[in-house]
Design a protein. Structure first.
Length: 271
């Protein structure tokens, strides 16, 4: 529901610098690549996200690794479309983008919000292209379940209102993923690798819906804690300091967790 509600309001952004483009099939993807080093980081944004969604951490990551940010088809300055895409289709385009850029080593994938759907599909479909996963308050197919567990009648009213608002606002490219609630890849389909989830459990003084209530954010955090810690190398970080946009509220936390992921990768090599 976090990503469903945000889909009503999120606008596409782009950086001031002239972007580069990569041709994939009938579409062109806007991207920026910077930095160098032993590791390569791919940034997967949220619903409707453009390049600037990563402004708080992009340059910092470039100081220690090669980092790539891009706009999915229909977002930012990438090709405009009038059709719906699903997370597995977006994952396929991310894979092709890496190939086009000559990235042969597996990447560290950092994903925000709806990008978490794409990241999980990517990890299952392209296991040789990923070596670690860091998700920032990722979207969850269990958002409506959490709401209904708190108050079924109120939840159904709120969910119906949000769904109607989504339709009235023209439906985003990833609308099908918002509402189909199809099963997404879970452990153990995703290979054993370092996985970290940062989930926001920040309390809202005036929650606009059940998912933002104290019970809602607590269940949200517990859902992601259980998911992450099912991995042999999984880690969950529940933060009360960040809202949904962790990379803006706590960029230092994102960098700290990225550094820890890299340390775990180094330890895996030594073993």
């Amino acid at each position: 529901m976090k990503f469903i509600l945000l889909s009503i309001f999120v606008l596409s952004f782009s950086v001031v610098a002239e972007p580069k483009f990569s041709k994939i099939g009938d579409f062109e993807l806007e991207y920026e690549i910077a930095g160098s080093g032993e590791y390569t980081v791919l940034l997967e944004g949220g619903a409707g996200a453009g390049l600037s969604d990563w402004d708080p951490v992009f340059d910092k990551i470039a100081e220690k690794a090669t980092v790539i940010r891009y706009s999915r088809v229909g977002n930012g300055k990438s090709t405009t479309i009038k059709r719906h895409f699903t997370s597995d289709e977006y994952a396929n385009y991310a894979s092709h983008l890496l190939q086009n850029l000559g990235i042969t080593q597996p990447v560290i994938l950092i994903a925000h919000s709806y990008g978490g759907n794409v990241a999980r599909d990517f990890a299952v479909a392209y296991p040789t292209q990923i070596q670690a996963l860091l998700m920032l308050d990722p979207s969850s197919e269990h958002d409506v379940d959490i709401m209904r567990a708190i108050n079924l009648e109120q939840a159904n009213k709120e969910i119906a209102a949000v769904k109607l608002a989504d339709m009235e606002n023209g439906m985003s490219n990833n609308y099908l993923d918002f509402w189909s609630k199809r099963p997404l890849p879970n452990y153990p389909q995703i290979k054993d690798m370092p996985v970290t989830v940062i989930a926001s459990i920040k309390k809202n003084p005036n929650p606009p819906h059940l998912l933002a209530s104290d019970q809602g954010v607590a269940k949200w955090g517990e859902t992601w804690k259980q998911w992450a810690e099912a991995f042999p190398q999984g880690r969950a970080v529940l933060t009360e300091k960040s809202g949904h946009f962790v990379q803006f509220d706590e960029p230092e936390l994102v960098m700290s967790e990225l550094n820890q992921l890299i340390e775990r990768l180094i330890k895996n090599k030594i073993k």
